[in-house]
Design a protein around this ligand. Structure first.
Ligand code: C5J
Length: 220
């Protein structure tokens, strides 16, 4: 076990059973002209997570530890898009409509791709999901159990939406999550802070919260 400083107490990282989860670092959320901006958000706020995540990703790759990337998006025929999700809010463009980076949140569009800074490399799992949680309607649990993974180091966007949904789903399935605060971000700084506090409150009721530097220090 490797002891990683974290809240509310040290995270006992098991090198043989840990994977890095990079949630939805997609152009649609991170760049102008995508789904995030269509909802009226300032997407530049998410970019703080890129460099810290790059550092952690490099370390996992160097050690040959598993890395899983997720992407939120829908089939081109939108058969997996519930009307309840399609019609929510008052966006300038809806899911499936043509934007500057192709059809919003549709698999195969340029906006659906992971940003170049954190792009997957060969051998890494890329998981497409229709919902906010990474376990809902995907084979993530099967992939993790088949590899004997019991712990997840969690990075991604946005903290209070897809990261939070995924951490809760993982926790309920018995996976231990270390969420790296600086490797997550939100369009709403106050939601980011609140979500992180919710994870680690009550004795890590959802999981642990640490910083990329604490993880990298512990890994030496
Ligand atoms: C959102 C996500 N915010 N990846 N998706 O709609 O957090």
């Amino acid at each position: 076990m490797i002891t990683v400083k974290a809240d509310p107490f040290a995270f006992p990282l098991d090198p043989d059973h840990v994977a890095l989860l990079c949630i939805d670092f997609q152009r649609d959320f991170m760049e102008a002209g995508g789904f995030g901006e269509s909802l009226g958000n300032d997407v530049s706020t998410l970019r703080t997570a890129i460099e810290p995540t790059r550092g952690v990703l490099a370390e996992f790759r160097r050690r040959g530890w598993p890395v899983i990337h997720t992407r939120e998006g829908h089939r081109p025929d939108l058969a997996d898009l519930f009307p309840a999700k399609r019609d929510r809010g008052n966006p300038s463009l809806r899911i499936g409509e043509e934007g500057p980076m192709g059809r919003l949140l549709v698999r195969g569009s340029a906006g659906h791709e992971i940003i170049p800074e954190l792009a997957p490399v060969e051998g890494e799992v890329v998981l497409d999901k229709p919902g906010k949680g990474s376990f809902y309607a995907t084979d993530l649990e099967t992939i993790l159990r088949a590899r004997g993974i019991t712990q997840l180091v969690v990075t991604g966007v946005t903290t209070e939406v897809c990261v939070q949904s995924t951490a809760r789903e993982a926790n309920d399935r018995g996976f231990e999550c270390l969420v790296l605060a600086d490797c997550t971000s939100s369009y709403f700084p106050e939601f980011h802070e609140s979500a992180l506090r919710m994870f680690s409150a009550q004795g890590a009721i959802v999981g642990w919260v640490g910083q990329s530097g604490q993880l990298l220090d512990a890994l030496g």
